[in-house]
Design a protein around this ligand. Structure first.
Ligand code: F0G
Length: 429
C-alpha cells in the first residue's frame, strides 16, 4: 500500500499523462492513474479505491466569485476551483447553517460547540452535495441509468438529482429498514425502488455487480466524484468557524456509516494543506461515531487494525448508519488516525437522548445525525475530549426524514375536548 499518498502532509502528486485539464483519478493503494472521463471506472485494477486528483489543489483564495470566474458566493459551487467541474446539476445545495447551541454547549462542557446541520440541504441530507457532482459526472460520461444502494438518504438524493437531470434512476433498499420520509422522497422523485431481502451491505453488493456488468452507473460513495462534492462540508466549516472565532475547530465529530464523509472531509483538509492554506497541526481531529449495533470502524480504531471486519448482523434505531461494511474505510481510517481523532460507539438510548437535546434547541435531526452529539458527550465523559476544545458536530439528516423515530422520541399528543374552558382545565391538571 502506498501509505504516503494519504499522509496529511503528502505533497501534491505529479501530473500524469492521464490528466484531463489537470484532473485525473488516482489509486490510493498502488498509485495507478486513470483518465477521469474516458470510461466509467469506480476502483483501480488492483482493487484499491480511487480518488479525484488535481494538478493544483485549490485554496481559500480561489473560492467564490472573486477566486473563480462564474463561481457563486454560496453553496457547493462556491468551491468550483476544488471540484472537477465548473458547475453541476444543482438544486442548489450546501450553504447549511452552523448552529449555536448554548445550552448544549454548557451541558457538554466544551469551549464552543456548533452544529453543522446538513439536514438543511434540498432533499434534507448531505447526500445532495455529492449528487450535484456525481450526477454531473454521469452526464459527462454519457451513461444511461443511475443506481445506488441506500439506507434511504442516498436514494432520496439520487432520485431528486437524477430527476433534475432527466435521467432514469434505480435504488436498492433493505426491505423494511428505511425511514418513511426517505422512501416517500425516492418514490415521488420518480426512482424505481427495488426492496431487497437483506441489509444495506447486501444491496451494495448487488448494485456493484450491476455496475460492473455495465447495467447502471453507481452513485454510492465508492464513486470518487460523490466525495468531491462532500468535501465542501469541510470548506464551509473552516471558513465559517474562522469568521466566528478567528480559528479553525479543534475537532469535528460525525456519524459514520460507509465512512464517505470522513474520507471526504479528510481529503478537503489534505488539499488545503497542499495549497499551503492549512498547517497539518491545524487540521481538526476527525472523530467518528457509530451505533454500537453497527460499529466495525470503531472496532478497527480500538484494535488498531488496518482491515475492517465486516459485521454480518447489524441493528440500530439509526437506520441511516445500519451498515456493517464501511467501503470507504481505507480512506477514512488514515483520516481519523492522522488527524489525532478517534471513534466511539453509542447506544440507541444515547442517540435518542441527543436527538431530544438538539430538538430542544430547535435543531431537528434524524437519529443517525444525533449520534454525533451522543458520541461527543460520551468522549467528554471519558475525558477524551477536553473542556477547552472547540468542537463542531455534523448532523447529517433532517428530523422529518424519520417521522416515526421523531414521534417515538417526542411528547405524546394529549386529547382534549372541543372547548376552551375544558382545554384550560386540562392544562391546570
Ligand atoms: N448520516 C446519515 C443521515 C446518512 O444517511 C448516512 C449514510 C450517514 C450519516 C453516514 O455517512 O456513509 O458517509 O459515513 N447514508 C447512506 C445512504 C449509506 O444510503 O443514505 P457515511
Amino acid at each position: 500500500m502506498d501509505s504516503t499518498a494519504l499522509a496529511l502532509d503528502a505533497p501534491a502528486p505529479a501530473v500524469p499523462d492521464d490528466a484531463d485539464e489537470g484532473v485525473w483519478l488516482g489509486c490510493i493503494d498502488c498509485g495507478e492513474t486513470y483518465p477521469p472521463f474516458e470510461s466509467v471506472r469506480y476502483t483501480c485494477d488492483c482493487g484499491g479505491l480511487l480518488e479525484v486528483r488535481y494538478a493544483e489543489p485549490a485554496g481559500f483564495d480561489e473560492f467564490g466569485p472573486d477566486g473563480h470566474s462564474g463561481a457563486p458566493q454560496r453553496g457547493v459551487w462556491r468551491y468550483a476551483a476544488a471540484l472537477p467541474f465548473a458547475e453541476g446539476v444543482s438544486l442548489p445545495e450546501g450553504d447549511t447553517p452552523l448552529h449555536r447551541v448554548p445550552r448544549l454547549e454548557d451541558d457538554v462542557g466544551v469551549a464552543s460547540l456548533r452544529i453543522k446541520h446538513e439536514g438543511m440541504n434540498p432533499t434534507g441530507s448531505f447526500k445532495d452535495r455529492g449528487m450535484t457532482v456525481g450526477v454531473m459526472a454521469a452526464r459527462r460520461l454519457g451513461v444511461g441509468r443511475l443506481a445506488c444502494a441506500s439506507t434511504g438518504n442516498t436514494s432520496a438524493a439520487l432520485a431528486a438529482y437524477g430527476g433534475r437531470a432527466g435521467m432514469e434512476t434505480l435504488v436498492l433498499l433493505p426491505a423494511g429498514k428505511v425511514a418513511a420520509g426517505k422512501v416517500a422522497q425516492a418514490a415521488l422523485h420518480g426512482a424505481r425502488i427495488l426492496e431487497v431481502d437483506g441489509n444495506f451491505d447486501a444491496c451494495l453488493d448487488i448494485v456493484q455487480e450491476l455496475a460492473e456488468r455495465g447495467e447502471a452507473y453507481l452513485l454510492n460513495s465508492l464513486n470518487p466524484f460523490r466525495l468531491e462534492g462532500q468535501k465542501t462540508i469541510g470548506f464551509e466549516i473552516l471558513e465559517a468557524h474562522r469568521e466566528d472565532y478567528g480559528t479553525f475547530p479543534d475537532r469535528i465529530v460525525l456519524p459514520v456509516g460507509n465512512a464517505g464523509n470522513t474520507a471526504a472531509l479528510y481529503k478537503a483538509f489534505r488539499e488545503l494543506v497542499q495549497a499551503g492554506n492549512l498547517e497539518p497541526e491545524e487540521v481538526p481531529a476527525l472523530t467518528g461515531v457509530q451505533a454500537s449495533g453497527a460499529a466495525p470502524m470503531v472496532e478497527a480504531i480500538e484494535e488498531g487494525t488496518e482491515e475492517i471486519r465486516r459485521w454480518e448482523e447489524v441493528e440500530t434505531i439509526a437506520t441511516a448508519i445500519r451498515i456493517g461494511n464501511p467501503v470507504n474505510a481505507p480512506k477514512a481510517l488514515p483520516g481519523i488516525r492522522n488527524t489525532g481523532g478517534t471513534a466511539v460507539a453509542v447506544e440507541d438510548e444515547e442517540i435518542t437522548a441527543a436527538q431530544r437535546d438538539l430538538a430542544g434547541e430547535g435543531v431537528g435531526v434524524e437519529p443517525a445525525s444525533a449520534a454525533s452529539v451522543a458520541g461527543l458527550r460520551k468522549l467528554r465523559e471519558r475525558g477524551v475530549v477536553d473542556d477547552d476544545e472547540r468542537v463542531v458536530c455534523l448532523t447529517t439528516g433532517h428530523l422529518l426524514k424519520d417521522p416515526d423515530a421523531a414521534y417515538e422520541a417526542g411528547n405524546d399528543p394529549e386529547p382534549v375536548p372541543n372547548d376552551a374552558d375544558a382545554v384550560l382545565a386540562h392544562l391546570r391538571e
